[in-house]
Design a binder for this molecule. Structure first.
Ligand code: HAM
Length: 442
């Protein structure tokens, strides 16, 4: 017999263990709240799409489609890919379900896992989670500003100091001219470029601008910039986006390197970076997004359906929260631990548990445990404030024992008066938030 294999998570994928859940719950709650406040409706999509949806939208020359997709042929011979991002799927759904007949713009958001076969390292996983917001059906630069504002807000609300790195990569009219200027420039300096950038020069010269390779930096620093080659429409659009951002006091930095790794963008592009390491670029980006005015048409929808959106990586947000030691709400404290001794007490404890839970106590139990010592140790570990102990004698007397877990004082009380006695001991104060003022009610 061979040795039994010790199974582990697949490389680059992580379990989200119970101790971690408070971060996730906090972020999901915060995102749902923001979505409601800004009028976004939730959409949920399948984990897989036709592979060609991504090659058409994210683009065949992008690293994602070229190297990072989890693609397979299913039993019906269809080419399927695990979603590497949400935007393509959301636009597919928008077209498929005729959402352009709804009042525009349509504001949609989602959260969930995405998959990229990337080289795993801190903050980079093969299964990771995104928060994703899209506004489809509106070209006005105020929507770009609102998207950037929401992306900023998520970070601000968790207490992170971030800067929005913004750029405009022009449109299909003005970008080809710029690409020509850039190509001429890069051609002159080709010998100084890294091997990766030399390859990119043929397929997608714009991407050289966000190269992290050391030898490329000087060439990139001196490269002509798209913002100097925008057509009037794109220039005006960009100026207005920046004016709106000034108005709503979203901190931004103009960054000509933000060209993004996905092919569908036009005009505004942006990335979110921690304020302290603005220079670290895409790898440390907490999120990114931009306008994609041609994507709806490109994948078969109505021409002239402009859109803008962003996605943030939840794992990266949590890494930041932890490294800055920011507070997140933790689970409510345990009010009462219910201990029992003997078969009759166990039966009665099952019923009492229901009553106390329904009365609003945060209660835990030791149903499966036999000895009292065992159960009180567990109550201690759970940090319960009080324990209720129900034994044969108490059942006969119509009583129950209450133990104050901090002082260890025990008292026998009338079984019928459990709820008021617990309330008295816990001095249950319910706080109700009304108009941002905390009122205390007994
Ligand atoms: P993206 O820049 O490819 O954009 O990804 C957005 C964010 O997802 C990144 O900034 C990062 O926080 C997180 N992320 C990406 N890859 C990984 C990974 N391997 N491990 C951990 N986190 C990762 C998009 O996906 C676009 N769809 C955004 C968008 C929405 N544009 C318009 N609408």
């Amino acid at each position: 017999m061979g040795k039994t294999k010790n199974f582990q998570t697949v490389k680059g994928m992580k379990d989200i263990l119970p101790d971690e859940q408070k971060y996730w719950k906090y972020i999901y709650g915060l995102v749902d709240n923001l979505a409601r406040e800004y009028g976004f409706s939730r959409i949920d999509l399948p984990l897989v799409e036709d592979t060609s949806l991504y090659s058409r939208s994210v683009g065949t020359s992008s690293e994602i489609v070229e190297k990072e997709m989890y693609s397979f042929t299913d039993k019906g011979d269809s080419n399927i890919s695990m979603r590497p991002e949400f935007t393509a799927g959301i636009v597919r759904s928008y077209i498929e379900h005729g959402m352009l007949d709804k009042p525009q713009p349509l504001k949609l958001y989602t959260t969930g896992p995405c998959f990229r076969y990337d080289r795993p390292q801190s903050g980079r996983y093969r299964q990771f989670h995104q928060i994703n917001f899209e506004i489809i059906g509106e070209a006005d630069p105020i929507t770009d500003a609102q998207i950037i504002q929401i992306a900023f807000k998520i970070n601000q609300l968790v207490g992170l100091d971030v800067v929005m790195q913004v750029n405009s990569i022009g449109c299909k009219d003005c970008r080809p001219d710029y690409e020509k200027v850039l190509k001429d420039y890069l051609k002159k300096h080709r010998s100084k470029l890294s091997e990766i950038s030399k390859k990119r020069f043929i397929k997608n010269p714009l991407r050289i601008l966000d190269s992290k390779e050391k030898e490329d930096q000087e060439v990139i620093d001196n490269a002509p910039q798209q913002v100097d080659h925008l057509c009037d429409g794109c220039k005006n659009h960009f100026i207005q986006v920046l004016e709106y951002l000034d108005e709503i006091e979203v901190p931004y930095a103009l960054n000509p390197r933000i060209v993004r790794g996905l092919d569908y963008y036009s005009r505004t592009t942006f990335e979110i970076t921690p304020a302290s390491d603005e220079e670290q670029g895409r790898q440390s980006a907490l999120g990114g997004g931009g306008r994609y005015d041609d994507l709806v048409e490109l994948i078969g929808g109505r021409p002239d359906t402009p859109a803008v959106g962003f996605a943030s990586g939840i794992e990266r947000l949590i890494l930041q929260i932890k490294s800055k030691d920011l507070k997140v709400p933790s689970d409510p404290e345990v009010d009462v631990f219910l201990a029992q001794l003997g078969i009759e007490a166990r039966k009665k404890a099952l019923v009492l548990f229901e009553e106390l839970k329904d009365a609003g106590f945060n209660i835990r139990e030791g149903f499966s445990k036999k000895g009292l010592k065992n159960q009180l140790e567990l109550a201690d570990k759970l940090n319960a404030k009080l324990s209720l102990i129900l034994g044969q004698k108490e059942i006969l007397d119509g009583t129950i024992m209450v133990r104050d877990m901090e002082g260890g004082i025990q008292e026998v009380i009338d079984y019928k008066k459990i709820i008021p006695e617990l309330e008295k001991r816990l001095k249950k104060v319910e706080t109700i938030v009304v108009n941002d003022k905390i009122k205390e009610e007994k």
